[in-house]
Design a protein. Sequence first.
Length: 323
Amino acid sequence: MSKIWVFVELAKEEVSPISLEVMTGARGLGGELEAVVLNPQARLVTETLGEFGATTVYLGTDEAYGTHVAQPHAAVLASLVEQHRPDLLIFGATYDGRDICGHLSAQLGSTVVANATGISTAAGGFSVCSSIFGATLNVTTEVRGPTPCVLVRPKSYQAVGFGGPPPRLVEVSLPAGSPLGARRLESVVAPTSGPKLEEARVVISGGRGLQEPSNFALLDQLASQLQGAVGASRAVVDAGWVPYARQVGQTGKTVKPDLYIACGISGAMQHTVGMKSAGHIVAINRDRDAPIFKLSDLGIVGDVLKVLPALIEELRARGLEPQ
Ligand SMILES: Cc1cc2nc3c(=O)[nH]c(=O)nc-3n(C[C@H](O)[C@H](O)[C@H](O)COP(=O)(O)OP(=O)(O)OC[C@H]3O[C@@H](n4cnc5c(N)ncnc54)[C@H](O)[C@@H]3O)c2cc1C
């Protein structure tokens, strides 16, 4: 039976959503699932990891995992991998996941497949589906040992626990002399209101078609009526209209809401890769040939600055007031 490891990250003292997604995907591979969590708060999440299928959790709680970037994590992972030789090591494609995976593969000389959207078993190894060349091409790569690493994009799997029993815990300590070159000086959490973009059931995104930054107020209003979150295309993020935290797409966030409303967004591949798995897609664009219409369930050809106020008014007439 193959041994599959997942590197687990925490968010606010809980397992981060992407780690739960990756655990769910890894469980579907049918091998023995084990987790590695290196965080001063690691003890808080071991039960959840059992519920998601981990039979063993390797946990390190050294303060360095919270204060330093990548190097201590990669050092301890390298020694664990050499000791236990898992058949596959999966990371979520987060900033930390990418950093740590890069350091680790350089140390171990192991294969890395980035941007994965799915993993399955194959003869003698694993088959990884990933998106390359600015999300214009999907490729399937077969990876074999020793311990290939895969970085999985957010929302590639839906996180589902199955009520597994508490896992066996194995405490690991940071090897003496581990490199501690990059220290985290400050963490800033951007102030937000309403649901988080990655978790919202409704996302309303705006692009250059909104004409000017102040028109994002229409999106805020609609989001408030629908209890959704506001996203954006890179064009308007680059123009400084909205913060980067709102960017949806290849170099921004991946979202999978029940409803995605694209307002004045052309539908470039680099944008759609971050939202094409939404349950329902509505697009408002004045160009009937805009590529976004190819993947929308409902397309409205018109001026977004006229359609949005009409939509807001209609929802208000149906009793949906801004919160
Ligand atoms: C390496 C790389 C990574 C990238 N990563 C991302 C990413 O993560 N996310 C992302 O979004 N992009 C990304 N891009 C950029 C992407 O290629 C597009 O340039 C960008 O998505 C375009 O943004 P837009 O649709 O807002 O602007 P535009 O392409 O300028 O489209 C504006 C749209 O608004 C419509 N419009 C204009 N006025 C109105 C109106 N009054 N009413 C209705 N419709 C109107 C137009 O018809 C047009 O379709 C990336 C590019 C590269 C090269």
